[in-house]
Design a binder for this molecule. Structure first.
Ligand code: UDP
Ligand code: MG
Length: 211
């Protein structure tokens, strides 16, 4: 008799869960310093767990590259300076990419990066998403710097993989992004990963959060 009851409850619970989740996008924010490995790990998560990877930086670079984009110059200036593009632009690019994908599970990489991003996102997207957690790749400044310089030397083609831009990016990260991570920490939403190991070793830790 008892077994029968449980057999009935499980599928009902699952159906209920699907119903309550399906009207919202499921997202995880992915944060960490420049070169911490956000993009690398996101690709691995996509391969193994089928999320859609949206890098705010990549979306901005794409927008900048578009012929006739009214925001091209503004974006270029912020990227070189390591400062943050106004949230209305970044948030709209993210929302459009989410809609266009027709999917429901997203890794949002490199966002929100400051208070303006956080507030703008909550205003525009707060009711449309279910934030699962914030994946935080912790990596010391010297390791991050070396990785970005190596990436630049290997031909990343990025306007900001040089020492001058890096200094500014780190400054923005420490002063503007760390408080956002602390904010999510106070909500118990941060999942911290040691990002100093090799990509495969780091991914072993990442996997545990998705299984
Ligand atoms: N950027 C921004 N808003 C964002 C994400 C990126 O303004 O939400 C800009 C910012 O100038 C940043 C640059 O894009 O320094 C590069 O960001 P990306 O995420 O590509 O760098 P990463 O952290 O991956 O090294
Ligand atoms: Mg990146």
């Amino acid at each position: 008799m008892k077994t029968c009851k449980f057999m009935f409850i499980r599928p009902v619970l699952r159906a209920l869960q699907t119903l309550t989740m399906s009207d919202k996008y499921n997202i995880a924010f992915v944060l960490g310093g420049p070169g911490a490995g956000k993009g690398t790990q996101c690709s691995k998560i996509v391969e193994e767990f089928g999320y859609v990877h949206l890098s705010a930086g990549d979306l901005l670079r794409e927008e900048r590259a578009k012929l006739g984009s009214e925001f091209g110059e503004l974006i270029e200036g912020h990227i070189k300076n390591g400062t943050i593009v106004p949230v209305e632009i970044t948030c709209s690019l993210l929302e459009r990419a989410m809609k266009d994908s027709k999917k429901n599970e997203f890794l949002i990489d490199g966002f929100p990066r400051n208070q303006d991003n956080l507030e703008g996102w909550n205003k525009q997207m707060g009711d449309k998403v279910n934030l699962k957690f914030v994946l935080f790749f912790e990596c010391p400044l010297n390791v991050c710097t070396q990785r970005c310089l190596d990436r630049g030397a290997a031909g990343s083609g990025r306007a900001d993989d040089n020492m001058e831009s890096l200094k500014k990016r780190f400054n923005t990260y420490m002063t503007a992004t760390m408080p956002i991570i602390e904010h999510y920490e106070s909500l118990d939403l941060v999942r911290k990963i040691d990002a100093t190991q090799s990509p495969d070793e780091v991914f072993e830790e990442v996997k545990k959060l998705f299984t």
